[in-house]
Write a protein that binds this ligand. Sequence first.
Ligand code: PAF
Length: 282
Amino acid sequence: MKCIADIKVLRELLKQWRIAGESIAFVPTMGNLHAGHLQLVNTAKAQADRVVVSIFVNPTQFGVGEDFSLYPRTEHADQEKLQDVGVDVVFMPSVEEVYPVNELTKVSVSQVSENHCGAARPGHFDGVATVVCKLFNIVQPDKAFFGEKDFQQLTVINAMVADLNLPVDIVSVPTVRELDGLAMSSRNSYLTVEQREQAPQLYQSLCAAKALIRDKKIAYVDIEKQQTKFLAEQGFRPDYFSICRRYDLKTAEQGDTEIVILVAAKIGKTRLIDNIQVDIEN
Ligand code: PAF
């Protein structure tokens, strides 16, 4: 496995692979890799000749007062994990390599970026879309792999790729969970022992809401209120609990068939997000 920090060096290697007719899969990450990331890598490996993983903690997607400086940086352990699963290249650029000048251009995806996490974290999805667009232009992969845990991020990236005709196929990979249901996330490492015990209730609230939606007896708005109250009673500070249409993340109505329930809540200082999909037969 090669570790490359320089865009020119990476591009030269990728050029050789393309000349040899090899397909390239790309898994962008911010490091602190867990089984969810490795699932992305394994899915990528099954679908392409070569796999490139980037590790870049992107400053532009963190707001003022967010955890950019504290975000866990575990490059050495990450490299070992990627080596073990047989990644070809890990691209680990510096901030100066990715943002060498005060850039005048940013990618902003309207509508699907604006509600849910977009409302709570202004500018976050502009930072994500811009860095992912830059990384796509650097790597020029055939396919790129994203986890469904960050469902709104996935929706934003799909919209960006479609709207800008970016020549890459986006592959979404189901969320990997701990045995007690907690979605794997780099931010789980912030949780105290007590908070870690509470945390699976986030997923439990999603499962309860899914069952109630399928039951079709309670209005969606009341399910949202009920589960928000449940989370508050369990010691979370819920940010949103939203039953949405999967394709545009707007409020779902009775009669919509493809639904995603999105939740974000804080335990202590840690903000956790999760989601669950529901298919309804009318
Ligand atoms: O999901 C992440 O880890 C990040 O948002 C991403 C896609 C690597 C962009 O920085």
